[in-house]
Design a protein around this ligand. Structure first.
Ligand code: XMP
Length: 515
């Protein structure tokens, strides 16, 4: 295992990812982790990440200086290099010339960390401070025109530092540098696979859960499905899944979830048929935030009611835990990154939502993973492709895609249009190339002509986006002929629609959903 002390760098997730791609398990930990906690992980090496602070500022995040006495190799990247070097006697100052972007690296010593790299290469820099005075104990390994100590090594301790970012693709030989650290310096084997993660997590979950019962809210999305599959493997019938049918789901969604989990996994699945309650709450409501609030409240009360009926399967056990499919980006987006320094971008419903209210212990085994890693995990766990590769679907479901008041006939109409749209996207091989595709029912009527008659019917907007992280997105360049088929099929097959429009707005300034 290679723990990364997360000092709040925007690239920290990439470091973890690169290491896992090299076949070594890596996880993010708080810089305030104690030496005992670290020792329990049995790290082969430790990475100190970059971060937005200055080491000489008051309150700047630090790590325990005794970390360097463990005899475990440490690689500091950017801020991580500065904090490590400072704790070991070097002097860090504000650089005369701040460096952002590409820089030319000249390598002075290619004996270990930089072995196999060309003497001159490009690296990606992003820093205002740098090590200015190295001291007797360090060796300079590489320089750039403005950064005299772009890579360093401590003479007597296994500490290495790089001022640049080896984890980004703009540093073309960064992967080799990380491989040198992992394999030559730390002696890692590179044999880690997703199935090892499953085995390790199952053991951790079993130990934590004991004889107790775990509840998992299943939404049918990738994260909760993978979570449920992992827990089913770990604790079998000690897991109870609750799927709330809020009446706001897509066509056949409930059937897909029920079928997958009943056929492939031996879990106790409870389906709460709560559509009527949700629709009653939504009657007459047109404000999007009010819709979300009412849906959120109803969800909690339905969930609680279901949870109260669950009995533990093991004697002496209690219904004690709630499992949540929180991923690393959710943690970061809510400003709950380990260093507490990542900006609070969006309050995510997964983080800090249900648990306090319900008083359960939390189980979040996906907390260190990224979406594509979760998908890989799902595949290894045996989830079918239709679940593993699903586009995301918002918790409030079709309620935020029926603009204006949400009624059963409007939901039915939207479901039919959405089904046609997705059929065409899949048939044309566009599902995996797009990040999210859906139909929106607009609350306006427009005039049309069908046969000899004038029509006055509703409008469907088609939304298709491509994005990496859903924070920014671009509208997908769906070929015109595919759009043409989508439009004519929706107008012909869905009663009540006489016009289809394509949304060509990016995010920002628009959002992905219309509400
Ligand atoms: P926006 O519309 O904010 O959407 O650009 C970004 C991503 O978040 C999803 N989304 C939600 N998910 N509850 C959710 O669980 C919500 O209230 C919600 N609103 C938007 C949206 O589908 C997209 O993937």
């Amino acid at each position: 295992v290679i723990p990364i002390l997360d000092f709040g760098s925007q690239y920290v997730q990439l470091i973890a990812r690169r290491i896992r791609e090299a076949g070594v398990y890596s996880l993010l930990v708080s810089p305030s982790i104690t030496l005992e906690q670290l020792a329990r992980i049995r790290p082969k090496g430790i990475i100190l990440s970059g971060g937005p602070s200055s080491v000489y500022e008051e309150g700047a995040p630090r790590c325990d200086p005794k970390l360097f006495d463990l005899g475990v190799p440490v690689l500091g990247i950017c801020y991580g290099m500065q904090i490590g070097s400072q704790l070991l006697g070097a002097r860090v100052e504000n650089a005369e010339a701040r460096e952002y972007g590409r820089a030319q690296l000249k390598i002075l010593d290619r004996s270990d960390l930089l072995q196999g790299l060309p003497e001159n290469t490009t690296v990606w820099m992003s820093h205002g401070d740098q090590v200015q005075t190295l001291g007797e104990e360090f060796l300079a390994l590489a320089t750039t025109p403005t950064c005299p100590y772009a890579a360093v090594r401590h003479k007597s301790r296994p500490f290495y530092g790089v001022q640049f970012h080896p984890e980004v693709t703009h540093t073309p030989h960064g992967t080799e540098l990380l491989a040198n650290f992992l394999f030559r310096i730390c002696g890692c084997q590179g044999k880690w696979k997703m199935s090892d993660f499953i085995d390790a997590q199952c053991a951790v979950i079993r130990e934590r859960v004991g004889d107790d019962q775990v509840i998992c809210g299943l939404s049918g999305g990738v994260d909760s499905s993978v979570l449920a599959a992992l827990l089913a493997k770990a604790i079998g019938r000690q897991l109870t899944c609750i799927f709330v049918d809020n009446g706001l789901l897509r066509k056949n969604e409930r059937e897909l979830v029920e079928q997958t989990f009943r056929e492939h996994f031996d879990v106790d699945l409870r389906v709460a048929d709560a559509g009527d309650q949700f629709l009653t709450d939504l009657a007459g409501v047109t404000d999007p935030q009010e819709k979300r609030t009412r849906i959120g409240h109803r969800f909690i009360s339905v969930f609680k009611e279901q949870a109260a009926r669950i009995q533990p399967v093991k004697p002496g056990g209690q219904v004690h835990f709630l499992a949540q499919g929180t991923l690393y980006p959710d943690v970061i987006e809510s400003g709950q990154g380990y260093a507490g320094t990542a900006a609070n971008i969006k309050l995510h419903h997964n983080v800090g939502g249900l648990p306090a209210e319900l008083g359960f212990g939390l189980i979040e085994p996906l907390r260190n993973l990224f979406k594509d890693e979760v998908r890989k995990l799902g595949e290894v766990l045996g989830l079918p492709d239709v679940m593993v590769w699903r586009h995301p679907f918002p918790g409030p479901g079709l309620a935020v895609r029926v603009l204006g008041e949400v009624t059963r006939p409007q939901l039915d109409l939207l479901r039919d249009a959405d089904e046609v749209l997705l059929e065409e996207i899949v048939a044309n091989g566009l599902y995996r190339k797009t990040s999210q595709v859906f139909a929106v029912l607009l609350p306006v009527k427009s005039v049309g002509v069908m046969g000899d008659g004038r029509t006055h019917e509703q409008v469907i907007a088609v939304r298709a986006v491509e994005t990496q992280d859903f924070m920014t997105a671009d509208w997908a360049r769906i070929p015109f002929d595919v759009l043409a088929t989508i439009s004519s099929r929706i107008i012909n097959e869905v009663r009540g629609v006489n016009r289809v429009v394509y949304d060509i707005s990016s995010k920002p300034p628009a959002t992905i959903e219309w509400e």
